[in-house]
Design a binder for this molecule. Structure first.
Ligand code: GRF
Length: 188
C-alpha cells in the first residue's frame, strides 16, 4: 500500500471516483493521505471533507516565487510520507522542485487522446477541430504541458449533435473508469 497525495484545483470529481473505488474495495494499493489544492474555492475541498481526507491549501500568491511554493508543498509531502502524486485537475505546470523528487511517481489525467489537444479546454478543442474520435489519457508527468509518457487511453466517438456539455460528460465517464484502472496497475 503506497501513500498518495491527490492534487486538485477545481471540481474534484476524479478525486471522488478514486475514493469511491477505495471504499468499494476495488483499489487496495493506495492510501490517500492528503488532498492538495492551490485554490481555496475548489469544490474538491468539500468532497475531501466528506471523505475525511486531510486538505492542504497552498496558494502561489502567498509565496515569493514558484520554487518557494513547491518547496512548501514538498515539505508537507515529506511529512505525509507521500510516495506517489496523482494529479486530478491540478491546473498548474509542475516545476523542477517537485519533479526532481517525484518524476516517475506522478500521474496526470487529461481529457483528450494525447498528443492531440493538450492544455486547457481539450474537449472544446476536439469539438471545434471536428475530430470524430476523442477520449482520455493517463500519462506520467514531465516538465511540459501534458507531454509525459502515455500509460493508457480510452476513446469515444464525437456525435453529430454533440455539445460541449454532452461530450464532456462522455469523456468524464471514460476518465472515471480509466484513472482507477491505471492507478491500480501502475502504483506498486
Ligand atoms: C478532468 O477532465 C481531467 O482530465 C483534467 O481536469 C479535469 C478535472 O475534473 N485534468 P475534476 O476536477 O476531477 O472533476
Amino acid at each position: 500500500m503506497k501513500n498518495v497525495a491527490i492534487f486538485a484545483s477545481g471540481n474534484g470529481s476524479n478525486y471522488e471516483k478514486i475514493m469511491e473505488h477505495i471504499q468499494a474495495g476495488q483499489l487496495t494499493n493506495i492510501n490517500v493521505v492528503g488532498l492538495y489544492t492551490d485554490k481555496r474555492e475548489a469544490y474538491a475541498i468539500e468532497r475531501a471533507k466528506r471523505f475525511g481526507t486531510p486538505v492542504h491549501l497552498f496558494e502561489l500568491s502567498q509565496f515569493e516565487h514558484k520554487t518557494a511554493y513547491e518547496q512548501a508543498i514538498l515539505a508537507q509531502l515529506k511529512k505525509d510520507a507521500v510516495e506517489w502524486i496523482i494529479l486530478a485537475g491540478y491546473m498548474k505546470l509542475v516545476g523542477p522542485t517537485l519533479l526532481d523528487v517525484y518524476e516517475g511517481r506522478m500521474l496526470n489525467i487529461h481529457p483528450s487522446l494525447l498528443p492531440s489537444f493538450p492544455g486547457k479546454d481539450a474537449v472544446g478543442q476536439a469539438l471545434r477541430y471536428g475530430v470524430r474520435v476523442t477520449g482520455a489519457t493517463v500519462h506520467y508527468v514531465d516538465s511540459g504541458m501534458d507531454t509525459g509518457t502515455i500509460i493508457d487511453q480510452m476513446s469515444c466517438p464525437i456525435l453529430e449533435d454533440d455539445t460541449q456539455a454532452s461530450l464532456q460528460l462522455r469523456v468524464q465517464n471514460l476518465e472515471y473508469e480509466l484513472y482507477p484502472r491505471v492507478i491500480k496497475k501502475i502504483i506498486q
